[in-house]
Design a protein around this ligand. Sequence first.
Ligand code: IMP
Ligand code: MG
Length: 174
Amino acid sequence: MSERIRVLLSEQEVNRRIQEIGGQISRDYEGKQVHLVCVLKGGSFFMCELAKRITVPVSLDFMSVSSYGSETKSSGVVKIVKDLDEPLKDKDVIVVEDIVDSGRTLSYLLTMLQDRGPKSLRLCTLLDKPERRVTDVQVDYTGFRIPDEFVVGYGLDYDQKYRNLPYIGVVEFD
Ligand code: IMP
Ligand code: MG
C-alpha cells in the first residue's frame, strides 16, 4: 500500500498564521516573560517558529509524554517520559502542542502542570480537530481548525515519518 500526501495548509499559510499568533501573544504578554512548554516531538517545529515571532522575553522548556493505551485510542492517562528541566512556579506558561484531537492527553497534562503553581497557564495549538473532542479542553490560541482527517507535517507524523514537511498534509492511501 503506498501513500500520498495532499496539501491541506501550505507552508505560506502556516507561516502567516504563526506570525499572527506570535503577534497576539506578544500583545497579550506585554511587559511579561513567557515560558513556552513544548510537548515533544510534535510540538517542536511549531514552537521554534512561534518563539521567533514573539517579541517579549521568552524562555523554553520541553517535555515528552506517552499515553497509555494504543496509539489510535489514547486513554488520557499520561506517563511522563521526559519531564521539564525548570519548575513552573510563578511563571507565565504557555503549553505549545501540535494538535488537539480527543483532548484527553492535554486535559490530563494541563491539570498536572497546574498543580506546579504557574502564575498563569494557557494552551496554544497549531491544529484543532473539534469534531473529535471527548474531553473538554480550553484552547487559548489556535492556528487552524481542521476537519477529522489524519494529517502530517510541521511536526506531526505518520509512523514517525513526515514530521519534517514544511506544510500540513493529509495522508491518502492508494
Ligand atoms: P488526544 O488529543 O489526547 O487525542 O491526542 C492528541 C495526540 O494524538 C497528538 O498530540 C498527536 O500526537 C496525535 N494525533 C492526533 N491526531 C493526529 C493527526 O491527525 N496526525 C498525527 N498525529 C495526531
Ligand atoms: Mg502531540
